[in-house]
Ligand binder design. Structure first.
Ligand SMILES: [Zn+2]
Length: 268
């Protein structure tokens, strides 16, 4: 069984550090616990829901390279991050608290530039840095009466319980907008053209059913299944980039097309 919209749990986020508008405060889960819970999520997801792409070292190295180029520009650059390519044709990406970022083989096949992939990874890193997943998990634990498990270090139980109830862990509209905004900053700081996020959302928009049916939502996770609607997100990101004077053809930011296309050609 492929866990579809498991996105919600995972994303994370902001550490504050005097950043305007960043409310990363959490009250139950410490950063040490976040790391340990994240490792448990990662282990259970790889084992049960989302197998990592086997072989294809060049592909995995490429995704890692993009991630590691963005990390130094995040608010929690020393958290420690793991980038994983998931072996599914589903178009998806997500983040798990504690520094775990996932992109699917399907997403790499659907993208047309390295800048698109970098923009998606920037978005996921923003969720982690803003502790969005931590906040969601805290809410889940309180609502489910599981907070005592934290003190007892029963992380396996917490994680398996959370993975069984992903619907309760969906990110809010505000969290998605925040991840788009902050993620674009990260992407640009790393030298990638953040218009890639607009391009990728526009592609996803072509997949959305005109009647707003739910079938689309069951196929596409995190980035795409949620409110705010894709068109709204495209508009907000475009306005932001235009307002900051970032041009599509700016020589200051790379689209990274040549290397990306070589990597894409290697995908099974
Ligand atoms: Zn998101």
């Amino acid at each position: 069984m492929m866990l579809r919209r498991f996105v919600p749990i995972v994303a994370l986020g902001f550490f504050g550090l005097g950043c305007a508008g960043l409310d990363s405060e959490s009250w139950l889960i410490s950063e040490k616990q976040e790391k340990e819970l994240g490792a448990e999520f990662h282990a259970q997801l790889l084992a049960e829901e989302m197998p990592e792409l086997s072989g294809h070292k060049e592909v995995k190295d490429y995704v890692r390279k993009i991630g590691n180029r963005i990390v130094p520009h995040t608010h929690r650059k020393d958290l420690g991050y793991t980038f994983t390519v998931v072996d599914t044709d589903e178009i998806n990406a997500f983040a798990v608290l504690g520094g775990y970022v996932y992109v699917t083989k399907g997403l790499l096949k659907a993208a047309t530039s390295g800048a698109e992939v970098a923009s998606v990874i920037g978005h996921e890193l923003a969720h982690i840095n803003a502790r969005h997943g931590v906040k969601r998990l805290e809410s889940y634990m309180v609502i489910s009466g599981l907070t005592s498990l934290l003190g007892d270090f029963k992380y396996k139980d917490i994680v398996s319980g959370a993975l069984g109830t992903t619907e309760t862990l969906v990110f809010s509209k505000d969290q998605e907008n925040e991840a788009d905004d902050i993620g674009a900053d990260y992407t640009l700081a790393a030298g990638y053209n953040a218009w890639g996020l607009v391009d990728f959302f526009e592609f996803l928009h072509t997949l959305e059913p005109s009647d707003g049916g739910l079938e689309f939502l069951s196929q596409i996770g995190e980035l795409f299944s949620t409110h705010p609607p894709t068109v709204d997100r495209i508009s907000k990101i475009s306005t932001k980039l235009t307002g900051e004077g970032i041009a599509r053809d700016s020589s200051a930011y790379t689209w990274d097309e040549a290397e990306f296309n070589a990597i894409k050609a290697m995908l099974p």
